[in-house]
Design a protein around this ligand. Structure first.
Ligand code: ASP
Length: 453
């Protein structure tokens, strides 16, 4: 018989939004003896118009800070936990804990403290329901007084506390300073706690259970029924996430990556689906064929281009540095810098330059006396990502043929030196169509012929 693999399992808010979801979670945990360490989020939305418990807690804190009454919101929070506990016949009663939270908020407790209570209460409820010991994250996730996360201390404390426990529930999202002040990670931070517990317990796999069947090849709002990616490397995921694919909290990757623990994204509502494995580039799993040349497509709108032209620019020593110094002096970082012999373009987020346009343009004019310097708005960036591209010829040709066929004008092309991605700049209006065309050609297998005109 194969040895049981030790797993840390994190369940997101929608996986624990009501009693029916709790039942699914219990069935998932009980179906695999390796699922020993459990990290829950706070109850999330039960339907699209619902409010997450975390958001209700933030609201309570805000009202309390303004000296206003928040008893109604607090009663709704109590109701949510009571309903789950009663339906599941768990004896957990949040009343006393909520009374303490109420008193603390009235006494000026922080936002982080307020928000953390969602996970805290859900952790206690889940631990009773599963019959697993509860370990408060405040005891094992360490922050400095300034609110900076401390990895080494966390590993040490977590290992000492979990030693000897065969199973445990550790609530996600928060930790504490040495003197017990609660600090949270940024939103979605239960993913980070899951990663920390997986590392501390030396789990074989970190399962991250959510409400989609893995990382999708493309945004389902653009490509309905987009395929699930079987295996993605950390590097690919970073490229995709940076370009807008929302999968995991960014800080959740590092702790497990450093320990060589793969992440498996799974769907609580479709537990048989294998989901997506996130693995290291040099792992055996990363050699698994994705089945397609590309792994994923992602992109973002909201960029602009500063186009600079000057005859003999190529011969002018320090031209580039002088232009970039203007950006630096204005606190702006750029995304891409495609250049020609007498032209250079800087692609940057609209947000970064808003309100500074005049200063930046006049700064560039003063620094390098260009023949022309202007800003073009409404640019999108689209990234086609895939480790398979390294060993396949003709990928770029297929992408550009697909876009040419759709009569989409390409404003910029950039292939990273890792050959892991090709980034394309387009006009905002062409973005969705471009994603669909590239998806079709690589995933659905449409063939492309380019009209000559
Ligand atoms: N409950 C927190 C949030 O809503 C943390 C999490 O769910 O991961 O952001």
């Amino acid at each position: 018989m194969a040895a049981v693999q030790l797993k840390t399992v994190k369940f997101g808010g929608s996986s624990l939004a009501d009693a029916a979801q709790f039942r699914k979670v219990k069935a998932i945990i009980e179906s695999d003896p390796g699922r020993c360490f459990v990290v829950p989020s706070a109850p999330g939305k039960r339907h699209s118009k619902d409010v997450k418990v975390t958001d209700m807690l933030y609201q309570c804190q805000q009202l309390a800070a303004e000296g206003k009454d928040f008893s109604q919101t607090l009663a709704q929070i109590r109701e949510r936990y009571m309903e789950i506990a009663n339906t599941l016949s768990v004896s957990f009663d949040p009343t006393a804990a909520l009374e303490k939270i109420e008193a603390d908020l009235k006494a000026g407790a922080s936002k982080d403290y307020a928000a953390s209570r969602g996970e805290y209460l859900n952790g206690m409820l889940l631990s009773e329901y599963l019959g697993f010991p509860f370990v408060d994250a405040a005891e094992v996730v360490c922050f400095t007084e300034a609110g900076v996360f401390r990895m080494d201390d966390t590993m040490q404390k977590m290992r000492a506390r979990l030693k000897g426990l065969e199973r445990a529930v550790v609530p996600g999202f928060y930790g504490a300073t040495d003197d017990g002040r609660i600090i949270t990670f940024s939103r979605g931070g239960s993913d980070v706690t899951g990663s920390l517990v997986a590392r501390a317990t030396r789990s074989d796999i970190y399962e991250n259970w959510t409400d989609v069947s893995g990382v999708l090849v493309a945004d389902p709002r653009i490509v309905p029924d987009a395929a699930v990616i079987n295996t993605v490397t950390y590097e690919e995921l970073r490229e995709l996430s940076y370009m807008g694919a929302t999968v995991l909290h960014e800080d959740a990757i590092f702790p497990v990556r450093a320990a060589g623990i793969p992440i498996n994204i799974r769907n609580t509502n479709e537990p048989e689906a294998p989901g997506t494995f996130i693995v290291a580039d040099d792992s055996a799993e990363s050699d698994v064929e994705t089945g397609y040349t590309i792994t994923g497509i992602a992109g973002k709108k909201g960029f602009c281009a500063i186009n600079i032209q000057k005859a003999m620019m190529n011969a002018e020593l320090g031209f580039c540095r002088k232009v970039l110094t203007v950006l630096e002096d204005n606190g702006i970082s750029f995304e891409h810098m495609p250049s020609g012999i007498d032209t250079m373009t800087l692609i940057l987020p609209e947000d970064a330059i808003r309100g500074k346009e005049k200063t930046v343009l006049s700064g560039i004019r003063k620094a390098v006396s260009p023949d022309r310097c202007e800003i073009e708005h409404g640019i999108s960036l689209l990234a086609v990502v895939g480790r398979g591209m390294r060993r396949t010829r003709g990928t770029a040709a297929r992408i550009f043929a697909a876009l040419a066929h759709a009569r989409i004008n390409i404003k910029m092309i950039d292939q990273g030196s890792s050959e892991l991605n090709i980034i394309i700049g387009l006009l905002d209006g062409d973005f969705e169509e471009a994603v669909r065309r590239i998806y079709e050609i690589f995933i659905t297998g449409a063939s492309v012929t380019v009209d000559e005109d």
